[in-house]
Design a protein around this ligand. Structure first.
Ligand code: GDP
Length: 195
């Protein structure tokens, strides 16, 4: 896979336009998004742009084999609580989600945690555009039985609040679990040759 960093956007007007299908990766800070992107792409250190503390929160765009665009949205959570970040993050995401070439919203979530209000609001908003893919991360931290219970609880909550999801993937970047399955679901279909 030939993955290249293309550009970053810090404001809505900087969002580039692409014809290729686009995968949007969304998640709270520390959820394991960088690790997952690197595992998915077989890279060691791809998603590090704009992560210097204090730097403006940006959406980073990558291309894979020139056929798929991958958008890494800024991790939210404790950052967004700061007024400054909230001011920039929300308008940017509001505009971003309407991009017509997005094929999947991949919502990453640490399998050990309950959803917080901000996760729920975001997933609801994304799910109104397209059914989301819920990607549970760090599954190596739980036993199979615990995982089953967590999954049931989280999905029950999504149903309760009316978030439309199409797939639920269980992953561990550390143990390389569920990575191939995720790649086969969201990436491989677009990397095949046209004929
Ligand atoms: P990001 O802030 O969402 O990009 O998260 P990172 O990929 O930087 O990971 C945050 C922390 O979680 C780091 O300490 C990682 O080592 C750890 N981490 C990431 N993926 C996994 C995983 O699959 N399993 C475990 N146990 N830890 C992980």
């Amino acid at each position: 896979m030939d993955t290249r960093y293309i550009t970053s956007a810090a404001k809505p007007e900087q969002l580039p336009e692409y014809e290729q299908p686009e995968l949007a990766f969304v998640g709270r800070s520390n959820t394991g998004k960088s690790s997952l992107l690197n595992a998915l792409l077989g890279r060691r250190n791809l998603a590090r742009h704009g992560r210097t503390p204090g730097q403006t929160q940006m959406i980073n765009f990558f291309s894979v084999n020139n056929k798929v665009i991958l958008a890494d949205l800024p991790g939210y959570g404790y950052n967004i609580a700061r007024r400054d970040a909230a001011k920039h993050w929300q308008p940017m995401v509001d505009v971003y989600v309407r991009r017509p070439n997005i094929t999947w919203f991949l919502c990453l979530h640490d399998c050990r945690r309950d959803f917080q209000e901000i996760d729920e609001r975001l997933m609801f908003m994304l799910g109104r555009q397209l059914p989301i893919v819920l990607v549970l991360t760090k599954i190596d931290k739980l036993s199979r039985n615990e995982m089953k219970k967590r999954r049931q609880k989280l999905l029950a909550r999504l149903d309760e609040i009316g978030v439309e999801y199409r797939h639920v993937m269980e992953t561990s970047s550390m143990k390389n679990q569920g990575i191939k399955e995720l790649r086969n679901l969201v990436l491989e279909p677009y990397l095949k040759d046209e004929d």
